[in-house]
Design a protein around this ligand. Structure first.
Ligand code: 26W
Length: 811
């Protein structure tokens, strides 16, 4: 479709929807118009894709995730439809800046961090690889809280993202299902003497799906992300007279739990988990049964993926439907369940591995608890005599009145994978070693990837243009072709072009920082970036202590030969995570102190950007020079911001943790600044129980000087928080070995400073990082899931079924 046609259609659609012309329309009306033009255009392909999967009787994968973090979708859909350039120009000719429309769209922030964003990167890649995969999650009324700083403290405000409606979703009333919660279940013998469940009490809720198209990259494929919302079944209305009664129901899908590392253990969270699991599994079986295939062949048509433990009840819900409703034998049902289910672990933090009390489980989903009990009983029986008693007791699902959700997911599926080589090895050797002994063949690694199109073509058009002009545009479809850039390491013209693109992005971010924080930063300075959730193991504190050291050094010697540096933080803390919120306060107070100190001639600036989310990441990452990946080795499962920053030419300072190890392998020792304890050294300390923060403190004057600022008033307004942090290090022995890695970290930072001073060398290192980032494409990651775990393949394989030539996106 050409520009002229688009402009006509756009003006016509605006008139149809809002009875007005371009001149009178607000950015939101223009956004709504453009969005509706897109949805009505790709809906035909969406339907076609669905029909193709059905006619081809294609095996499909269903990615169950309690979090999805798409961010904004307008520009991503325009790019994937091949319309981005044409629409940008067409709108400009109508006097409209596409950026203004993109600004209007609220971020879809239905996730906390890494896990949710990965799920959305995967949705984009699965569709772009033409793979029959669907998302299944919750349509929260309120997304992740909006973060504001008041007096340098984090405050949380509700994210009412739906108040202007959501033009990307379609409410599928006809596809609603009922989910039963609470009550009691009695097993009563039926006529044939088989025990069948008799549900007493509890409540039946209506799960209504809202489908959002997942548009593939210029391949006519549109997959589905189905998000469930709860409603009171019309036939039950009279039972919910009062607002309170109604809220008890509607609360179920009203808000995303803002914790991303420690389970909250609340009944509502467990109810959320069962709600979207039951709704999703029921709708899958309903679809499968329409194919008129034997139920005991469902494993050839369905793959269900459990994204961390939150959807682990898929195992028991699938069993419930196969045994209770499809009357399959337990054994047959169990084999099918294991073949259909697969599980990904995203964290080794003990507090993040969900364990629900038996009573809680019984009160929320009694039949599911009965089934889990039976799975556990049969597991013990099957393993007894084969493996030793203690191993069985450590791996069984129900222990000390708690249901271990990871155990259920591992025992009930055919595949358990980690998200980076080191993480997957730690699962086998430490965290899930007992299960590795039971099921060695099930364990595998799938190193994370990122949606290359969003994190280059959309977020960084300046870099994308230089790449096209240097190596051609094949990298847009095949990111590993970025390696061609290595041929230009000695090409000063290309090095300069890359540096100009980076500088332009830094100027844009500097303007944003000026506007939103009132802080002036120099685009010439090193933009040193740490963007991720605030968590002690991610060690934003280590970054802060180094900044304080630099500040003290500059106070002593303002002519210290360091390159001016801007430290940029983006991080939300879970509202109940007090320690994390104290670190935010201290970073902000340190920032105010340093940014207003005239004596250090602007050599240091600290900027903590509010409300870090996907859209802010798209603004920060292209402007980054240094990528902070400084978690304590063994704690960060993978990380994905590390991949995004590398792809955009930032140089990484990192511990050998998570995917940092594979980034080092990709770019080479001399193009990354590695420091700190390795995971085996960390485990050595655990082994020997001999880590002493106090002795490090006593032996290191610099550390004492730096830590003193936390309590001696150097940093104002942090009396409580300063002591809290000081005590966490000295009194409570520094759980994440911040003091142990401090000196090495400072040395690594000096090497970064030195490298930056050699402009040409720095540009070459940056180039090599861009060139080596192609291997972290989520397109390749999902292809590995498809080949090794889900056994699904692109529908293209059945080209003949789709008829001759496809017409691309015609209006
Ligand atoms: C029960 C509360 C809760 C909520 C979310 C516990 C754990 C989570 C997530 C699993 C935490 C998470 O986002 N993990 C991150 O997953 C990314 C994608 O694989 C990894 O890159 C990060 O290293 C990992 O921390």
């Amino acid at each position: 479709m050409d520009k002229t046609e688009f402009k006509q259609c756009f003006s016509r659609r605006l008139a149809e929807k809002f009875a007005m012309g371009v001149a009178d329309a607000s950015p939101n009306e223009l956004y709504q118009t453009l969005g509706s033009l897109l949805t009505s255009t790709y809906s035909q392909k969406w339907q076609q894709t669905w029909t193709d999967y059905r006619e081809a009787e294609q095996k499909q994968a269903y990615y169950f995730s309690i979090e999805f973090l798409p961010g904004k979708m307008l520009k991503s859909n325009l790019l994937n439809m091949g319309w981005l350039e044409m629409v940008t120009e067409g709108l400009a000719e109508l006097g409209i800046d596409l950026e203004d429309l993109a600004e209007v769209e609220p971020d879809m922030a239905l996730g906390n961090g890494g896990l949710g964003r990965l799920a959305s990167c995967f949705m984009d890649s699965i569709a772009s690889m033409g793979l029959p995969g669907n998302g299944n999650g919750i349509r929260y009324e309120y997304g992740l809280f909006k973060q504001h700083f008041v007096d340098n403290y984090q405050v949380e405000l509700p994210d009412k993202w739906l108040h202007k409606g959501n033009l990307w979703e379609i409410r599928k009333e006809s596809k609603a299902v009922d989910v039963h919660l609470g009550g009691e279940v009695y097993l009563v013998p039926d006529a044939a003497g088989n025990l069948s469940p008799d549900y007493q009490g509890g409540m039946t809720l209506r799960a209504v799906p809202y489908d959002t198209g997942m548009v593939g990259y210029q391949n006519d494929i549109v997959n589905t992300m189905r998000l469930w919302s709860v409603e009171i079944p019309p036939e039950e209305e009279e039972n919910y007279r009062s607002i309170e009664d109604r809220r008890t129901v509607e609360d179920l899908t009203s808000v995303l739990y803002p914790d991303d590392s420690s389970e909250d253990g609340r009944k509502l969270r467990l109810s959320q988990e069962y709600f979207f699991v039951s709704a999703g599994v029921q709708s899958i079986l309903r679809y499968y049964k329409q194919l008129n295939k034997p139920i005991d062949k469902i494993n050839q048509s369905v793959a269900i993926h459990i994204n961390d433990t939150h959807p682990a009840m898929c195992v028991a819900e699938f069993m419930r439907l196969l045994v209770d409703e499809e009357n399959l034998s337990w054994e047959r049902a169990w084999n099918l369940t294991q073949e259909v289910m697969s599980y990904t672990n995203h964290t080794i933090m003990a507090e993040a591995l969900e364990k629900w009390s038996i009573n809680m489980m019984k009160s929320v989903c009694p039949r599911i608890y009965q089934i889990i009990e039976e799975i556990d009983r049969r597991f013990v029986a099957e393993m007894t005599g084969v493996h030793d008693f203690d191993l069985i007791q450590r791996t069984r699902i129900i222990q000390d009145n708690q249901v271990h959700m990871a155990h259920l997911a591992i025992i009930g599926s055919h595949s358990t994978n980690g998200v980076a080589k080191l993480h997957s090895d730690l699962l086998k050797s430490v965290v899930l070693h007992d299960f590795y002994l039971l099921y060695p063949a099930r364990f595998n690694n799938k190193t994370n990837g990122i949606a290359m199109r969003r994190w280059t073509q959309l977020a960084n058009p300046a870099l994308s243009k230089v790449l096209d002009e240097t190596i051609g545009n094949s990298w847009r479809k095949q990111p590993t072709n970025l390696r061609l850039l290595l041929n230009y390491t000695e090409d000063d013209h290309v090095l300069a072009a890359l540096a100009d693109a980076k500088l332009a992005n830094k100027k844009r971010l500097a303007a944003y920082i000026q506007e939103h924080c009132g802080i002036e930063v120099s685009p010439q300075a090193i933009f040193d970036v740490q963007i991720k959730r605030l968590h002690a193991y991610k060690r934003q504190l280590l970054n802060l202590l180094h900044i304080i050291k630099l500040y003290l050094d500059l106070k002593e010697n303002p002519d210290l030969p360091i390159e001016p540096r801007v430290f940029i933080f983006g991080a939300k803390a879970a509202p109940s995570y007090h320690y994390a919120k104290s670190i935010i306060k201290v970073i902000n107070e340190t920032a105010s102190l340093i940014n207003q100190d005239p004596t250090i001639n602007n050599k240091l600036k600290v900027v903590f950007l509010e409300n870090y989310n996907v859209s802010l990441a798209e603004r920060i990452i292209p402007a980054a020079d240094v990528s902070e990946q400084i978690s304590l080795a063994s704690k960060e499962a993978s990380g994905t911001s590390n991949m995004k920053l590398m792809l955009n030419g930032a140089v990484t300072i990192a511990t050998l943790d998570g995917a940092n190890v594979e980034i080092r392998d990709a770019v080479g020792e001399e193009n990354i600044a590695i420091f700190g304890l390795t995971e085996s050294e960390v485990y050595q300390y655990y082994e020997n129980k001999n880590y002493s923060a106090l002795s490090i403190y006593d032996e290191n004057a610099t550390i004492r000087k730096v830590l003193a600022t936390l309590t001696d008033g150097t940093i104002p307004n942090i009396s409580a928080e300063g002591y809290e942090i000081f005590d966490s290090l000295i009194k409570y022995n520094d759980e994440f070995f911040v003091l142990r890695d401090f000196e090495d970290y400072c040395l690594a930072q000096e090497s970064v400073n030195k490298a930056y001073q050699d402009k040409r060398r720095w540009r070459q290192i940056s180039l090599r990082n861009i060139a080596s980032a192609g291997r972290f494409s989520a397109d390749d990651t999902v292809q590995r899931y498809a080949d090794d775990i889900w056994q699904i393949e692109p529908v293209f394989a059945h080209e003949d079924l789709r008829g001759a030539e496809h017409d691309s996106y015609l209006l």
